[in-house]
Structures are given as structure tokens and as C-alpha cells.
Design a protein around this ligand. Structure first.
Ligand SMILES: Nc1ncnc2c1ncn2[C@@H]1O[C@H](COP(=O)(O)OP(=O)(O)OP(=O)(O)O)[C@@H](O)[C@H]1O
Length: 348
């Protein structure tokens, strides 16, 4: 197996003794050529972790290796400019008085190769022909592509992107999402992308690292993460699943939405009270006049309906159904769960 391009071991950064660490004992590795998304809510430590890798922050504990070279920890320290890492920021950070070409050439050593490196980077981000424009003559999406070309041009080992799409409007953002992945893959560069947008992470990353309160909760492929969230936090944040309290009663789980065979969650868990993870798209709704569960809201989302249901105890459950299930608000409904395997989590 080839050595990973980036290796973090037990990295911790605490800004003040009175607060908990912004990044706490994070270990992860990144295979060469992979695109990793750091995903988590605001304040969970994503940007701090990115800055530790770039060398803008120094950890109190742990080691960081890039391309088999220790850049931080155990008495080693390499400043950002010696780490062979490119950065792309949320606000593009282009020089307004320099043209597109000059912006891209900025970080390159002046040599006979510079013009070719700029030309190649421009072609990679699809901006050939715009080399003499100034940043204010470009759209937001084009400016971000210049920033990406500038990071790629010196051919760094690793590119770090901090919320690179968040300043763009929704449509451009969607388009650039896929372009971004294609450009990074075409350049053959490894990259880490910070985002708080789960769809962005799920759709473009090879692997996703989910962070919560400074800790790394889970790192897996988007598919695995979605199917098998390792914790209640990942289940709620990434899959936006419903967590429904359940009591063991013989060979079924007793819940507000009916009984569920224990076999659906595997028989090995001996706990009596758990929360079951029920994904929005796994719920099948049938109108039943005697049911105590009511539809409180319905939204048409084009390809599906999003129903908000209320149980007698006041719990809110969200279901997404195909558009052939049209049910009016206030209809009493029965819920069925269409899955072969349900995840469960210990009760909090
Ligand atoms: N220079 C600093 N000094 C003190 N505290 C800091 C500093 N930088 C970050 N923090 C704190 O560390 C924690 C993690 O911040 P960080 O910016 O890494 O989170 P984030 O996940 O990137 O959030 P966001 O998505 O809002 O940018 C927060 O509680 C933040 O207030």
C-alpha cells in the first residue's frame, strides 16, 4: 500500500486554557490524489484543522507529516511557505491590480517555464482567453477558478480549500461543485475542502471527515457515512434522519409509530431503551383514520414531497415520499419503514 500523502497523529490545538480545544486529538491520513471534505457545524474546528495543516497555527500536541516529511510536532516546524501546500479561500483573495495571468503567476518562481505553467493552469480551469482581464471584470465563479488556478500552478502536493464555494450564488455554486472536483482530479492533486454543507461534501468528496466540538467523529466514504453513521451526531447532521425512541418488548421494539421487529436492528444489542434511526426516505405513509399521527405540513420539492408529521407526544417526524403519494395536511397516517436494516443508538 502506498504511503499516505498527509498524516495527522493526535493533533490538538487549544487557544486558551479556559476553553476546550478547538481541535482535539485528531488523527487521519489522506491517500495521494484523494479529495477529503472536512464537514461539521460552525465552530467545530474545521478551519483550525486546515490552518494547522497549512502551518498558520501550531498544535500543542501531535504530529503532522506531508509527503513523508514531518512539518509539525516532536521538535519539528516548517513554516507555511515550505510545506508545498496551496490554499484557496472563501473570498478568492485575488490581487485587484493584477491581471488573471499575473495573479496566477504570483506564487511561481520566475523562470522560462512560468508562461507555460500559467497557460496550463488557465486551461485546466477553463479560462483560456481571459488572461488579461482584471478580477473586477470576472464573475464570482470565474474569480474562484482563477484562485484555484493560482493554487494549482506551482503543482503543490496538497491543496487546502476553505469554504471555496460559499460566496457564490446557489446556481453557480452547484455548477462549480462538479467543476471543482473535475479540475482537482485532472490536476492529480490531493485536496482537503472545508465545508458545512453536507450535500457539497457528499457529492464531491472521496471521503468525508465529520467533526463535532473539535473531535473527529467519523471518516469514511460518502456512501458508508450515509448508510452507517457511527454516532447519533453523524446520523442527525449528515443523514438528517429521524431518531425515534424505542423500548424493547419481547421480540419487538415498541415505538410511537408502531412496533418494529428486533430482527431489523440485529439481535446482539441487549439494551432495553434505544433511539432508532429512521431515514426520511425510508418512511411509507398510508392514510388510516384511526391513527394518532397527523400530517402537519407538506412541501412539494419537485421530485418528492416532504411531509412533517406530529405524533401524540408532540414529536416531529420528517418523511420524503415520491410525488405519487399526495396526502392533505391534517390527514391521520400510519407509518411503515421500508428497510432491511435499522441503525440504533444508545439513549441520551
Ligand atoms: N485565533 C483564535 N483564538 C481563539 N479562539 C479561536 C481562534 N480561532 C478559532 N477559535 C475558536 O475555535 C473554535 C473552532 O473554530 P473554527 O474556526 O476552527 O471552527 P469552524 O468549524 O471552521 O467554524 P465555521 O464553519 O464557523 O468557520 C471556535 O470555538 C472558535 O471560536
Amino acid at each position: 500500500m502506498p504511503s499516505p500523502l498527509l498524516c495527522l497523529h493526535q493533533v490538538t490545538r487549544q487557544f486558551s486554557r479556559r476553553t476546550q480545544p478547538a481541535v482535539c486529538e485528531v488523527s487521519l491520513s489522506l491517500p495521494a490524489g484523494d479529495l477529503l471534505a472536512l464537514l461539521g457545524p460552525s465552530g467545530c474546528g474545521k478551519t483550525t484543522l486546515l490552518r494547522l495543516i497549512a502551518g498558520f497555527e501550531q498544535p500543542q500536541n501531535g504530529t503532522i507529516d506531508i509527503a513523508q516529511r514531518r512539518v509539525s510536532g516532536n521538535g519539528h516546524w516548517l513554516p507555511p511557505e515550505q510545506r508545498n501546500v496551496g490554499m484557496v479561500f472563501q473570498d478568492y483573495a485575488l490581487f485587484p491590480h493584477l491581471t488573471v495571468s499575473q495573479n496566477i503567476a504570483f506564487g511561481l518562481d520566475r523562470s522560462s517555464k512560468t508562461a507555460k505553467q500559467v497557460k496550463d493552469a488557465l486551461a485546466l480551469v477553463n479560462l483560456t482567453g481571459m488572461e488579461n482581464r482584471y478580477p473586477h471584470q470576472l464573475s464570482g465563479g470565474q474569480q474562484q477558478r482563477v484562485a484555484l488556478a493560482r493554487a494549482i500552478a506551482p503543482r503543490p502536493a496538497l491543496i487546502l480549500l476553505d469554504e471555496p464555494l460559499s460566496n457564490l450564488d446557489a446556481q453557480v455554486r452547484l455548477r462549480l461543485r462538479h467543476e471543482l472536483r473535475a479540475i482537482l482530479k485532472a490536476a492529480g492533486v490531493s485536496a482537503i475542502l472545508v465545508t458545512h454543507d453536507r450535500e457539497e461534501a457528499l457529492s464531491i468528496a472521496d471521503r468525508i471527515a465529520v467533526m463535532c466540538n473539535g473531535y473527529l467523529e467519523q471518516i469514511d466514504t460518502p456512501e458508508y457515512l450515509y448508510q452507517q453513521p457511527a454516532s447519533r451526531f453523524v446520523a442527525e447532521f449528515v443523514t438528517q434522519a429521524n431518531l425515534i425512541p424505542a423500548q424493547r418488548q419481547g421480540d419487538v421494539w415498541q415505538t410511537e409509530i408502531g412496533t418494529i421487529p428486533i430482527t431489523l436492528t440485529g439481535n446482539c444489542d441487549r439494551r432495553d431503551a434505544v433511539d432508532l434511526m429512521v431515514r426520511q426516505e425510508e418512511i411509507v405513509l398510508t392514510p388510516v383514520p384511526t391513527s394518532q399521527i397527523l400530517i402537519r405540513d407538506r412541501q412539494f420539492l419537485g421530485r418528492e414531497y416532504r411531509y412533517v408529521l406530529h405524533t401524540p407526544s408532540g414529536r416531529e417526524i420528517v418523511a420524503r415520499t415520491p410525488t405519487n403519494t399526495y396526502l392533505a395536511v391534517n390527514t391521520p397516517v400510519q407509518l411503515e419503514i421500508a428497510t432491511q436494516k435499522l441503525q440504533l443508538y444508545p439513549k441520551t
